[in-house]
Design a protein around this ligand. Structure first.
Ligand code: SAM
Length: 211
C-alpha cells in the first residue's frame, strides 16, 4: 500500500474544514500507519478512530486536525496533552509547538509511544504516566492544553494550569457523546467556543469519570 499517497488524499479531504496550512502540512509529514497495530495499517488513512489496545483508540484524523487547528499554535508554545494514547497527536503537536508535555494513564501505552516518538526523532516531547491529579502541575502554566479524552465538565484544575491568554481544547459531555470546546483564559473570565459534536473514550480519574 502507498501510505504517502493515501496520506495526501486524506489531507486533501480536510479542506475547507481545516484551513490552517501549518496543520495540514504537519499531518502530511506524520506517518499515522506507524501509530496503529500492524494488522490495522491498511486502514491507517481511513478517516476514523482505530483500536490501539487496552480499550483505547487513536483519534479520527479529522478530529486531530480540528483540535490542533483550534489550539492556534505559532511555534513558541509550551503545550500539555492529556491522553497520549498511541502518540500520534503528540507527534503532530510537536511539529507545531516548541515543547510538548504529554501524560497517559496506561503505562504500556506510554512506553510504546516513547519508543516510537524517540525512534522518529522527536526531541521536544516529554512523556509521563499520569498521576492521581489531573494534568501536570509541575510544568504549569501552559500556553495551550489539549485533552484527548471525554470529560463530564471543564476541569477547573486544567484552567488553573493554563496561562492567561492560553487555550484549552477539550471534549465535554456524557460518556457516549460530547461537544468539542475551546476555552480561552482571560484575566477576568473565560470565553468558550463550541466546535461541534464528537465521541471520545472517557477521561478517567479525579475531576473526571470513575473507571
Ligand atoms: N491522542 C491519542 C492518539 O493520538 O493516539 C488518542 C488518545 S485516546 C482517544 C485517549 C487516551 O486518554 C487513552 O489512551 C486513555 O488511556 C487516556 N486517558 C484517560 N484518562 C486519562 C487521564 N486522567 N490522564 C491521562 N490520560 C488519560
Amino acid at each position: 500500500m502507498d501510505f504517502d499517497r493515501a496520506r495526501q488524499i486524506l489531507v486533501g479531504s480536510f479542506y475547507p474544514g481545516i484551513e490552517d496550512q501549518l496543520v495540514l502540512d504537519a499531518i502530511s509529514r506524520v506517518p499515522r500507519e506507524l501509530f496503529v497495530p500492524v494488522e490495522l495499517q491498511m486502514f491507517a488513512y481511513d478517516d476514523r478512530p482505530l483500536s490501539i489496545g487496552y480499550g483505547q483508540t487513536i483519534s479520527q484524523p479529522y478530529i486531530v486536525a480540528l483540535m490542533t487547528q483550534a489550539l492556534e499554535l505559532k511555534g513558541r508554545e509550551k503545550l500539555l496533552e492529556v491522553g497520549t494514547g498511541s502518540g500520534y497527536q503528540s507527534a503532530i503537536l510537536a511539529e507545531l509547538a516548541a515543547s510538548v508535555y504529554s501524560i497517559e494513564r496506561i503505562p504500556e501505552l506510554v512506553e510504546q509511544a516513547r519508543n516510537l516518538l524517540e525512534g522518529l526523532g522527536y526531541r521536544n516531547i516529554t512523556l509521563r504516566v499520569a498521576g492521581d491529579d489531573l494534568g501536570w502541575k509541575e510544568n504549569a502554566p501552559y500556553d495551550t492544553i489539549i485533552v484527548t479524552a471525554a470529560a463530564p465538565d471543564v476541569p477547573q484544575t486544567l484552567i488553573e494550569q493554563l496561562a492567561v491568554g492560553g487555550r484549552l481544547v477539550i471534549p465535554v459531555g456524557s460518556r457516549s457523546e460530547q461537544e468539542l470546546l475551546r476555552i480561552r483564559k482571560g484575566k477576568s473570565g473565560n470565553k468558550v467556543d463550541k466546535l461541534g459534536g464528537c465521541r471520545f473514550v472517557p477521561l478517567i480519574g479525579r475531576d473526571a469519570w470513575q473507571d
